[in-house]
Design a protein around this ligand. Structure first.
Ligand code: TRP
Length: 370
């Protein structure tokens, strides 16, 4: 009955505006940088009109490795929303999902945990890398690997078609796709031979979501060697000034020793040229001159790149202005409160349908949030 009601509401209420959905998000662990921009943020901004977007702040996941730092996590939670708005993720068009205020996520995590073999969870390469890079050894919490199941619930609760993420997150999308298929087969009677795109048509609750990696899957950091990442201190932050950008670019290792020497356009410098100079003719001209050793210095190119990055960040600085300081924090919290209501509406609808499919429909509940 309720299922019928929801379908009807969807059909009548949003007939002309119903769009496919996106869900993606970030763990609040620090400020966002250019690697995030080219890997995922840029896609999110661009897809906001075509898709109904849900952007998740994974603040519960932040506790999996920093349970002793609630204050830092709260600060980061607010700052990440400021970064988002600065980027052009638009609170008018899109919904920001504050993970800890969406009880349906924790509930669905439990049900999905029953559909994922323990060994499958532990085999996740991203999880393994994290255990190493974060030096977690054998002492990690039970909640740490649990977050990979939680991430499936984050996604599926919003029934998105698309999940735009950085390359490192693809390993999390795969178990999500597996668990969605399994749920649809086990509880909605979908034939296991069904093609991924047809699961909903065949009666499944969850679309099988596709990951989508950004234009530059792996942006090298300003050390010129490793992937840009906060823990390696090789980032250009979205809040950096022109002066800072120039200084950081200046330190980029290129491996070249003299400017009349043919340069290697596969070096880090040219990764930046291609990532941040949008004029293709200019990129080609630089590549030609550099590979010939045509008296074009690294320093010169670095400044040119810094100027392009600055131009990219300029409108971000503008959009951030109304959210500076404590008054800005208050505005962010207000947005999050409003959006929590919206997010819970969507989440509760899916959760009800999931529980109904599992024969757990014992009554309809109403969540209220002030
Ligand atoms: N694990 C992601 C990160 O650290 C954040 C995240 C949590 C996420 N849940 C998600 C991303 C669901 C995409 C979809 O960046």
């Amino acid at each position: 009955m309720l299922r019928f009601f929801f379908r009807l509401r969807l059909d009548l209420g949003t007939m002309s505006t119903q769009k496919p959905r996106i869900l993606t998000g970030d763990t609040p662990t620090g400020q966002l940088h250019l690697g995030h921009w080219v890997g995922s943020l840029e896609n999110r901004v661009a897809l906001q009109d075509e898709y109904e977007c849900f952007f998740l702040i994974a603040n519960m996941h932040a506790f999996t490795t920093r349970a002793d730092k609630p204050e830092e996590i709260r600060r980061s939670t607010i700052d990440i929303v400021k970064d988002w708005i600065a980027c052009g993720m638009d609170p008018e068009r899109s919904t920001f999902v504050l993970q800890t205020e969406i009880p349906g996520i924790a509930e669905l995590t439990w049900y999905l945990a029953m559909l994922l073999p323990f060994n499958r969870v532990m085999r996740n390469p991203t999880l393994k890398t994290e255990l190493e890079t974060k030096g977690l050894g054998d002492n990690y919490s039970f909640g740490f690997p649990m977050y990979t199941v939680g991430q499936c619930a984050d996604i599926l609760l919003f029934r998105p078609e698309l999940v735009p993420v950085g390359e490192d997150q693809l390993a999390h999308i795969e178990p999500c796709r597996e668990v969605a298929r399994r749920f649809n087969q086990m509880y909605c009677g979908v034939n296991p031979h069904t093609e991924d795109e047809d699961y909903v048509k065949e009666g499944g609750l969850f679309p099988i979501p596709a990951g989508k990696v950004g234009r530059v899957a792996r942006l090298v950091g300003t050390d010129g060697v490793n992937k840009m990442s906060k823990s390696l201190n090789n980032t250009i932050l979205l809040t950096d000034t022109f002066k800072k950008i120039k200084k950081k670019m200046g330190g980029l290792y290129t491996g070249r020793t003299a400017m009349d020497e043919p340069g290697d356009i596969k070096n880090a410098l040219f990764d930046y040229v291609r990532a941040f100079i949008s004029d293709e003719d200019r990129v080609k001209a630089l590549e030609e001159a550099y590979s010939k050793g045509d008296n074009i210095g690294d320093g010169h190119i670095k400044v040119e790149i810094a100027e392009h990055i600055d131009k990219l960040l300029e409108p971000m600085r503008e959009r951030r202005l109304p959210f500076e300081g404590e008054a800005g924090d208050a505005k962010i919290l207000e947005i999050l409160r409003e959006h929590t209501k919206r997010a819970n509406n969507a989440a509760e609808e899916t959760l009800y349908l999931a529980k109904e499919a599992m024969q757990l429909d014992f009554g309809k509940r109403n969540l209220s949030f002030d």
